[in-house]
Design a protein around this ligand. Sequence first.
Ligand SMILES: Nc1ncnc2c1ncn2[C@@H]1O[C@H](COP(=O)(O)OP(=O)(O)O)[C@@H](O)[C@H]1O
Ligand SMILES: [Mg+2]
Length: 250
Amino acid sequence: VSVLCLGSAHGSPGVTTAATALAGVWPEGRRLLMVEADASGGMLAARLGLSDSPGLVSLAAAARRGWDGELVWRHAQTSGDVSVLVAPASADHVRGAVRDVAGPLAGWCGRQADVDVIVDCGRLASDPVAAPLIEAADVVCVLTRPTVDQLRPAAARLETLAAAGVEGGLLLVGDSPYGPAEVRESMGVEVAGVVAWDPVAAEVMAGGSGQDVRRSLLVRSVATLVAGFTTDLMDAPGEAESQRLVGGVG
Ligand SMILES: Nc1ncnc2c1ncn2[C@@H]1O[C@H](COP(=O)(O)OP(=O)(O)O)[C@@H](O)[C@H]1O
Ligand SMILES: [Mg+2]
């Protein structure tokens, strides 16, 4: 199994957008589950035109009565070819649900041979509720716009993660005013890549109407990232250009 965790440290750099875009270009032939483990409340249901339930909260309730191998799939909804475990928009129940489910879900992930999991962890607190998923992840990225405001908290978050034994990298959203080489050099942190700055495509990915985004800068940039991630994540890298959800989004 391959688990990819995305989160932020400050502001709203574009975690959910990147997660959605990544899902859209994930190699075909791999079963993909998106988990919205964002304790501040969910966005994916609204953005993808799904309902709030089933999802993380119903999974957490059901899990109290016991966990079986199919449980996750029974609480996931589908968008295109992707299964999505959504968090309800109201933050009230999400935090507890993420906390209850993160451990068993991480264990479940470890038992799946052919499932890849993209986790939207939202804002990473110093003690994230999704910790078991983050610890189980193959790749952990802290997203940040490359501005001083966001870079410093993001780098600090990487340090906290490292102290907890989790090696993560920054994923820049845009490359201005600082590009990846500059960030790497001046801050001494790992930069996993760049998600292109592309407000028009981001708007479409957020459920807005608009043109086909498959050829957009944003989607092409995450396709490049997927190629890199999947080399890390999988024995046999898939075809990164294969697209399944993008365009069907919204
Ligand atoms: N790559 C991007 N380029 C331009 N705008 C973006 C990009 N990613 C996200 N945005 C915009 O930034 C805002 C926050 O995005 P979102 O993905 O919800 O962030 P987060 O999940 O980090 O809170 C949205 O208005 C979205 O359209
Ligand atoms: Mg988000």
